[in-house]
Design a protein around this ligand. Sequence first.
Ligand code: ADP
Length: 489
Amino acid sequence: MINNLRITIIADKQEQVLIANELNATLPQPQIGYYESQADFEKWVKLYNCDFLIAQETLVNRAFYTRLSPFLELTKIPLLILKDATGFQSMKNRVIKELVKDPGNEYLKQLSPFISQLIDEQLTVTGQSKILFLEDEEIDITFIKRKFIKLNPQYECDVVSSIAELRKQVGEKKYDLIVSDFNLPDGTAFDSIDIAKTADIPIVIATGQGSEKTAVELMKSGAADYLIKDKNMGEHMLILPSIVKTVLNFKKLETYNSGLLEMLQIKNQDLERFAHIIAHDLRSPIASCILLIDTLQMLGEDLPADVQETMGMLTDLSHNMTNTIEGIFQYSVLDSQADDLVMVDMGKAAEEALQNLKIKVDECGAIVKIEAMPKINASYVQMVQLFQNLMGNGIKYRGDKTPELTVRSFEQGNEQIFAVNDNGIGIAKENHKKIFEIFSRLHNSSSQYEGVGMGLTIVKRIMERHNGRIWVESDLGMGTTFFVAFKGV
Ligand code: ADP
């Protein structure tokens, strides 16, 4: 059985004592961590730091399984659920197992055999991890060969004694981890780190005592962890298994994360393709529908008023649908259509937005004042869109007044802020958050204000992409000011 197994337990106090007594008596030097609740566990535990999880079923919920399962599957850390005989069905699978408790606590006797069996099983699934030791001191080599390899059959280990040998060995065989001494006959651990980085293998460095500063430097250059050498006959090596497991699991989680990111990118591309399909394939049938309804309306001039009214409603609905589709399309292609971040003259972007709104401005005689504004690092296309959406809303939600808009900019802290102010109908305080949600509107489609509730969602997304923030100051009847803030002035 593996030494120093790191076992994490989520159980109430009474159960903790029972389990700990049993495990300490039956396993070789287990390191046991305790949590009394799922929340505590989720807050503190670092999964890559443990080998085995035990959880009392009554203390965890379904979300616990859902969140944990992929990580357990990946790291092959087994989870043992202690069930009350009456408990609900948990989620058994390859890594999650159950043990039913009994009133006489006989189940405790089954714990250690169960743990050993599960660890062995996972070992057969994962296969041996391959570790390459770079060590030139006889005493440490002896320790690695006599103790580490014997006590940790889950690792396949090789030992080399110089940087040159390391380079050669890494080229010949695939390793999961390198453990390197600091001083070597033909270089130092910084050379080992370079080799490990090139081969994309995590590396742990063994440094001399009192060299914590060097350790920090090593970590900065890319070491995954370090261990301080003990003068007493390689005893520091005793903690090596824990470090090795942590680093290996960390690497797995890292790979898993980058896999997730890749998946997310693919999903986003799918979404974009989907948006194109919507835009192209749905836009034209709806346009045809509108045309047909128009024709019907022309042909049916003599039809009863209520039928004509229904046809009018149909036209409005179809227009609305076209706008919604257009909005979804614009939102989903935001990222891919954005140009690179360059120095953007924000005054020029606002002027272009105003030009795009010319028809609307002329319709209502809006007065728009654009003050002098600085240049910032941004996407030009998106800055035009941002001003266009905000200024467009200022004109649209004008109520009975002639719209008066001011666009200005100022510095605050380390942020450059741009503000678009109008004298329109205003927004009640309780809606200040809601308006940024997708499809969220404060007016229904039959009101005087047309729209689909995408404009501010798009602006918010643009600000997220620029690492900035957006907020509104307004109240009913008081006019509205939208603020967008860009970091790093
Ligand atoms: P849309 O204008 O298509 O409804 P937006 O996302 O641009 O979508 O705006 C969401 C809601 O926020 C609008 O329906 C409106 O009620 C409110 N709103 C946005 N801008 C203003 C403004 N300048 N003045 C008053 N209300 C506004």
